[in-house]
Write a new protein. Structure first.
Length: 90
């Protein structure tokens, strides 16, 4: 899977944007970020798309949709990791 189709390209852009920020989030802002998550409806949609992908039945539009979810998930994982490290160091 390439960076573009795997969602890691968008996540790497987010990492650069976040890393360029010279101002740390407050502990309250950091804790709020750690609460961010996909709504149940989106998790259900990802499950549906993933099942279709495993069966080899995704359309091009569905593949793009799944790639977008994966990119956002990857960025969210990175953000939360940075948030946890920031809280640890305070």
């Amino acid at each position: 899977m390439s960076e573009l189709t795997g969602g890691t390209f968008a996540a790497s852009i987010w990492d650069r944007v976040i890393g360029a920020d010279r101002h740390a989030l407050s502990p309250d802002e950091t804790r709020a970020l750690l609460r961010w998550k996909f709504p149940d409806s989106d998790r259900h949609r990802v499950d549906q798309l993933s099942e279709k992908a495993r069966a080899g039945n995704l359309s091009a539009a569905e593949q793009h949709e799944l790639d977008e979810y994966l990119a956002i998930e990857s960025a969210l994982i990175s953000l939360k990791s940075k948030a946890r490290l920031a809280l640890k160091s305070t």
